[in-house]
Design a protein around this ligand. Structure first.
Ligand code: BEZ
Ligand code: FE
Length: 277
């Protein structure tokens, strides 16, 4: 029997996709196999290491449920999420940059009136957040919807508190006819991403930390504009240079200014990209 050369195996697998009807799926599968095989060749993957990898992915699957998504966490900590965001960002200069979505967004958050309280009992230093939603020429985007969500002062999102039973530090707020929005919440603090599972073990084994710099999440939507998923980071936060999920963009770092009464003020304008015609 002819000895199989590694290159022959790779070629056979690539060939097996030749009849894939969807050309994009074929392109993705062929490229994935080519890179996976090149990776195994480059590191001279042993069978024990291959099995450790399978075991790692199996444990990611076992810990994943409707509240915990270890595969997204893995993608985030390997920089794949942020790379995908960056590859798909072809916005003109002047638009607000996007960053990672993260696992803690919840559809259907309660709507809060202008000036209302988004914290809803979440503990933390009070913070007023205000700004405008604008188009590229500075035109106000009336009625834009802003989903906002953040952790509390202990670094936990409401969904990480199973006994809470109501939304905290998350809401939908609407911009007025001048594109202006404002709401009350709490100051964001750095927090550690969930690291009690396989991704946490990977971080530990590679001498990495699980921390994210302080940030407030936004998803901004308006008819005729691309949806923007982003954060506003605190300029004085730790971990801006070593975000565990590589999400920091300098244009998203902002001064959250402490006021005389100890509370904070965050002012930030969002600039949306018009949808392609
Ligand atoms: C977040 O910012 O909520 C987040 C992003 C990526 C992984 C974990 C958390
Ligand atoms: Fe977050």
């Amino acid at each position: 029997m002819r000895a199989l050369k590694p290159e022959d195996i790779t070629q056979s697998v690539i060939q097996s996709f030749a009849d894939t009807p969807d050309p994009r799926l074929r392109e993705i599968m062929v490229s994935l196999v080519r890179h996976l095989h090149a990776f195994a060749q480059e590191v001279k993957l042993t069978e024990a290491e291959w099995f450790a990898g399978i075991d790692f992915l199996t444990r990611c699957g076992h810990i994943t449920d409707d509240k915990r998504q270890e595969f997204i966490l893995l993608s985030d900590t390997l920089g794949l999420s942020m790379l995908t965001v960056a590859l798909n960002q072809n916005k003109p200069a002047g638009c607000t940059e996007a960053t990672v979505f993260g696992p803690f967004h919840v559809d259907g958050a309660p709507q809060v009136e202008r000036g209302g309280d988004v914290a809803q009992g979440a503990r933390g230093t009070p913070c007023l957040v205000r700004g405008r939603v604008l188009g590229l020429k500075g035109e106000p985007i009336a009625g834009a919807l802003l989903d906002v969500w953040q952790s509390d002062e202990e670094g936990l999102y409401d969904v990480q508190r199973p006994d809470l039973g109501h939304a905290q530090a998350r809401a939908v707020v609407q911009a007025d006819e001048h594109g202006r929005f404002d709401f009350r919440s709490i100051v964001a603090v750095p927090y550690a991403i969930p690291h009690d599972g396989p991704v946490g073990q990977m971080l530990k084994a590679t001498a990495r930390h699980p921390w994210r710099p302080a940030h407030l999440h936004f998803m901004v939507q308006a008819p005729g504009y691309e949806t923007l998923i982003t954060h506003v980071f605190r300029a004085d936060s730790a971990y801006l240079d070593s975000d565990a999920v590589f999400g920091v963009r300098p244009s998203l770092v902002c001064d959250w200014r402490q006021q005389d009464d100890g509370s904070y003020l965050l002012e930030f304008d969002f600039v949306l990209n018009p949808q392609a015609a």
